[in-house]
Design a protein around this ligand. Sequence first.
Ligand code: UDP
Length: 457
Amino acid sequence: MEKEGRAHHAHVLVVPMPGQGHINPMLQFSKRLHYKGLRVTMAITKSLVKSMHGQTGPIRLETFSDGFDDGFKIENNFVEYFESLKKVGPQTLTELIKKQESLGDPISCVVYDSFLPWVLDVAKQLNLIGAVFFTQSCAVSIIYYYVQMGLLTVPVAGPVTSIPGLPPLAIPDVPSFVYLNNESYQAFLTFVLSQFPNIDKADWLLFNSFDKLELEVVNCMAKLLPVKTIGPAMPSIYLDKRVESEEGYGLNLFNPNADTCTNWLNMKETGSVVYVSFGSLAKLGDEQMKELALCLKESNNHFLWVVRQSEENKLPSNFVEETLEKGLVVSWCPQLEVLSHKAVGCFVTHCGWNSTLESLSLGVPMVGLPQWTDQPTNAKYIEDVWGMGLRAKVDEKGIAVKEEIEACISEVMEGEKGKEIKKNGIKWKELAKEAVDEGGSSDKNIQEFVALLCQAP
Ligand code: UDP
């Protein structure tokens, strides 16, 4: 009886890394698990919960400590933050899991962010199923895996052609930690490689991607690791519409200017607006910010630009006032609502993995201005593999000048390549939906995962 009872009430604990680009897909995956009959709790750090807005719907929230319960800005000291989380987290997360047991609601499986490998050790000590969730593409993950296994020497000195399933990658196409060599990047490289050493103990490897999107790499990777794609992990309302979901992701670390954006977009013509955003973390250099601002000011297009509060001081003086006629600058927006609005014709993006998947799945052409981490590789795929946009070329200082950005925007919105890109957009939109819809590749993988949890002793 007990086994059967547990089988129908498998309770999953989902532990994302504290960051918008990690919580978003893991919350959506949680909603899919819930839709398939599991109970799901998400564990968030006490420090993060203070700065969050929104709702998690049917997903319960519990908190644990990262050692900074009064708040901490990760971007101020990344190394200090993750050291504290790794030191304090195992104990406080164990307490959270034991508390569920004492409440008669035991956890049977922990799904953890691949950047928090210590969570797997916690799960295994408590005899729980451990599933790792990768929030970056399969292509990027296999590159890091090769580095970790000593099969690719860093910093790379020339094009990377040795990884099966990947197209030849020039130096600027690989993740920045793999081609740059300085002290702070060393810490990041160590961090991204930490995803792999204990991975053989994980029962499941889940990737926020879908098979047809990364077919060759998924097939090659499957020979090394038991890869299961489960994405795109976006609100169902934008894809198969089977799972009850909000229009947004649910939890925001920044306050979105939702009505302002929608009202403004409603007054614009179809396909006429350039949407510009660099996600939750990327910081543009002063010069890059100036070139982009001049490009937007001088171009003929309307634009909606997300400039986070911490970046505002880089805007040229009076920029907002001088561009009121054609532009709207906000500190955060409901990105999915914006991307799916018919007025938006192009997305100037940093090519973060979620932004890339969202744009692809909604068929919105992109102009890539990748900044660091996995973004260069995503930009390469956007342009050369998926045919979903153009990557702005940079000068010898690494800056994409205003003429270059403008040329890319024009080509994507009105040029010959733009026509091809729009056609591809229709294809990817369809394939993304197919993957998560009933019987699709991601849906089958999620179903298999759920079935395993339901059988677990
Ligand atoms: N996002 C948003 N509003 C914004 C900018 C971004 O809701 O104004 C969301 C976006 O939809 C995506 C996430 O924030 O889901 C950013 O993740 P991504 O991987 O693209 O970039 P990161 O922030 O991790 O660099």
